[in-house]
Ligand binder design. Structure first.
Ligand SMILES: [Fe+2]
Ligand SMILES: [Fe+2]
Length: 175
């Protein structure tokens, strides 16, 4: 049985994952309208992954005798200015989510809930990979700057970019 404190913290993470999915869906739509099909595809996939992160938490909370709450969500921005700004926001958002997971892991230790501590290790590892992936795309776009040809290739190549390939870009290590 989950403690009330941990149940509340897990429900908070459920909302954060759902909001992440919405933010990335909004980025996908913005990129699609701008004609950046590769970026749009990448962000649509990322949005689906965040929904999967949310669902995994929902099922876990309910399995452990809690009640996963599905709440209303903060509306995401609809305009992102430039692709560089959008990718910076993506990176910042992943860093924010990592911090939130860390705090959640801290609560499991306070509550001495080692099953949930163990369950959350998947999220800890996933956040390392997602931060690395966001860092990779941000570094690439910063290199390209305003070069139109570079942007064209970036939009084409990002379709192939996944968490796994970004990890191998970094020498196959999760640092
Ligand atoms: Fe996530
Ligand atoms: Fe994420």
């Amino acid at each position: 049985m989950l403690s009330k404190k941990l149940e509340k913290a897990l429900n908070n993470q459920i909302r954060i994952e759902a909001e992440s999915s919405q933010v990335y869906l909004s980025m996908a739509s913005w990129a699609e309208v701008k004609g950046l099909e590769g970026v749009a595809g990448f962000m649509y996939r990322h949005s689906d992954e965040e929904r999967m992160h949310m669902l995994k938490l929902v099922k876990y909370v309910n399995e452990r005798g809690g009640h996963a709450n599905i709440s209303d969500l903060k509306a995401p921005e609809t305009e992102f200015g430039t692709l560089t700004k959008m990718l910076q926001e993506l990176y910042d958002h992943e860093v924010f989510v990592s911090q939130s997971i860390n705090e959640l892991v801290h609560v499991t230790l306070e509550e001495k809930d080692y099953a949930t501590h163990n369950f959350l290790q998947w999220y800890v590892a996933e956040q390392l990979e997602e931060e690395a992936l966001a860092r990779t795309v941000l570094d690439k776009i910063n290199l390209i700057g305003n070069d139109k040809g570079g942007l064209y290739l970036f939009d084409r190549d990002i379709q192939q970019l996944t968490v796994e390939s970004a990890a191998s870009d970094n020498g196959g290590e999760q640092f």
